[in-house]
Design a protein around this ligand. Structure first.
Ligand code: F6P
Ligand code: MN
Length: 327
């Protein structure tokens, strides 16, 4: 049996990275316990504030954010923290070598209905050791990430992680409190017949995305010649987990619903860490034209269209967009 501690000892390139990942995953155990108590821990419902994106915060969003922020601020290796829930990045320990970014509670509309939620994290190198970190220090492309992962609080709590060139999965043993390795090389099939999208936004999509979903719905009587099935967890962490387990395509495409948003998902807290996991498991991740991991961020809270999962399917979507751009 391989525990997370044992795995990190053998596979993380740098003890600082192991230490920061341990801090995050320890907080994950606390969040997991709070979720298990649910209504009894008085964690459900609205906190009465809005986050920087103008969305209502749930009590547990705030709690998860505060727990991570507090624990990481005390970690000597952590030079700063950026969270989906905070307007600005928070400097931590100037001598630290790592920056941590997180979505403390992804899929938070699922909390009150007892469905899956998660914590997504991304770790970047810190270039200005000795000085206090600022928002601009975090503006690094996803291809610079040293590690990324998520905790999925589902019927059991799981951790997906990449610290080397592969993706591994752990399951939290509620008895011992240890994360136990259950898959040491997660691989995604290149082909799939399963897709995830919130199709209520159909009328706001660009023509190639509408065409793509039309083709999938036409199934075996259309150009694809086979039937496709839909799954939508409404928590990215759940959809990505399913894709790591059995393949599939996930998209939250560009839409014109809100003029100032180029999509719903956040590049730094959601798209980048998930894209690193998906690519290292053999899948693809694009904004429909460009590789997500090569996007140079301009704002820590920027949003990006996301198409990720089984490689051939992701390439199919990208090709439709490129053909459309040629016309
Ligand atoms: O964090 C944003 C998010 O909750 C994702 O986890 C999820 O994939 C998506 O939004 C769900 O969006 P919608 O409410 O439009 O289905
Ligand atoms: Mn989220």
């Amino acid at each position: 049996m391989t525990t997370l501690a044992h795995y990190l000892n053998n596979h993380a390139s740098d003890p600082a990275l192991s230490d920061v990942i341990t801090t995050i995953t320890d907080v994950g155990k606390t969040i997991s316990q709070l979720l298990r108590k649910g209504a009894l821990a008085d964690i459900l419902g609205e906190a009465g504030n809005q986050n920087v994106q103008g969305e209502d915060q749930k009590k547990l969003d705030v709690l998860a954010n505060d727990l991570l922020l507090d624990a990481l601020s005390k970690n000597a290796h952590c030079a700063g923290v950026a969270s989906e829930e905070l307007d600005n990045a928070t400097p931590a320990n100037a001598d630290g070598s790592l920056l941590v970014l997180f979505d403390p509670l992804d899929g938070s509309s699922n909390i009150d209905i007892n469905m899956a939620v998660g914590t997504i994290f991304s770790i970047l190198p810190y270039q200005r050791q000795g000085q206090n970190s600022e928002n601009s220090d975090f503006l690094q492309a996803g291809n610079q990430q040293l590690a990324a992962g998520y905790l999925l609080y589902g019927t059991s709590t799981m951790l997906a992680l990449t610290v080397a060139d592969n993706v591994v999965m752990f399951s939290l043993d509620p008895d011992s409190g240890d994360y136990i390795l259950i898959n040491d090389n997660v691989q995604i099939d290149a082909d799939t017949s399963e897709y995830a999208v919130n199709s209520s936004n159909y009328r706001y999509w660009l023509a190639p995305m509408q065409q793509y979903i039309d083709e999938l719905i036409a199934g075996e009587v259309g150009v694809r010649g086979r039937d496709f099935n839909t799954r939508w967890v409404a928590a990215m962490v759940g959809d990505v987990h399913r894709i790591l387990c059995r393949g599939g395509l996930f998209t939250y495409p560009f839409d014109t619903k809100y003029a100032h948003k180029a999509g719903k998902l956040r590049l730094m807290y959601e798209a980048n860490p998930m894209s690193l996991l998906i690519e290292r498991a053999g899948g693809g991740a694009t904004d429909a034209v460009n590789r997500i991991l090569d996007i140079e961020p301009t704002d820590i809270h920027q949003r990006v269209p996301v198409v990720l999962g089984s490689k051939n399917e992701v390439n199919y979507v990208r090709d439709l967009h490129l053909q459309h751009a040629d016309k």
